[in-house]
Design a protein around this ligand. Sequence first.
Ligand code: XMP
Length: 319
Amino acid sequence: DWTMGAYREEAIKRIRDQVGSGRVICALSGGVDSSVAAVLIHEAIGDQLTCVYVDHGLMRKGESAQVVGMFREHYNLPLIHADESELFLGKLEGVSDPETKRKIIGGLFIDVFERHAQEMGGADFLAQGTLYPDVIESVSFSGGPSVTIKSHHNVGGLPDRMNMQLVEPLRELFKDEVRALGRELGLPESFIGRHPFPGPGLAIRCPGEITRAKLDILREADAVYIDQIRKHGLYDEIWQAFVAILPVRTVGVMGDGRTYDYACALRAVTSVDGMTADYYPFSHEFLGETATRIINEVPGINRVTYDITSKPPGTIEWE
Ligand code: XMP
């Protein structure tokens, strides 16, 4: 793609101009955005960049090992794996308000970053994979107060507090353009095509209180759901698909026993940029088969629902 080829060269030049001989720290989440940003910046400034993968204990099944493995082995990125799940899950204990959850996670992210940046002797710049939609969902209306729809934690207070400047090479791009840039940079197709995953992770797919037990159930259910979607060849038709575990237990019957387990909701949407979305029209056969598999394979869930809300008025995530 000639456009992205040119964009890449220009972006690299801009990064070099901005950073000079400074040191850059980057939060690598494993998502397409931060990964493309990290690889691009690494190409521009090499080992002036250090990436930190903050494992908040809110990732999907097997995800942390997969992400860290890929970037260390295939990309040779200087990467710190910070396992901070005890810290995050501890501070989230008993918290059910969505914005409070986001603020706690965002705040801890800052703390953890600050600590790692200090341990590596400080950094001058913070790199982020902020996209254009992230920028404009926190807009101010003609002179009025700034209105934030949801506090996205990757547009946070870290740079001010640490006295760092931001490097945001994807700030003008929409998701499809970031993917094109990722291809241009040689990231594997399986990775580029991955559905977006939010910074606060499974926390915002677990309405109500977050517990380790619920997270484990959610991880298993989500893995079965995504497996179903892949097996039916639907993954690439969908913008994002995930399970939310609901803060309600319902009565069921299995064999000759009564069950009293969690209900979950399946979510799948089509979208161009995440700003608006339609629910995905799965066949009833697919939904029935998936519900049966989840209930049979995931202890702790005995009821499966499908979320048919579009955005607006809903949001893609549940919180
Ligand atoms: P909503 O739920 O607002 O989500 O319709 C729109 C898109 O943004 C993702 N999302 C986030 N991404 N940090 C992120 O990096 C966040 O705090 C966050 N909240 C939502 C969501 O997964 C969807 O793709």
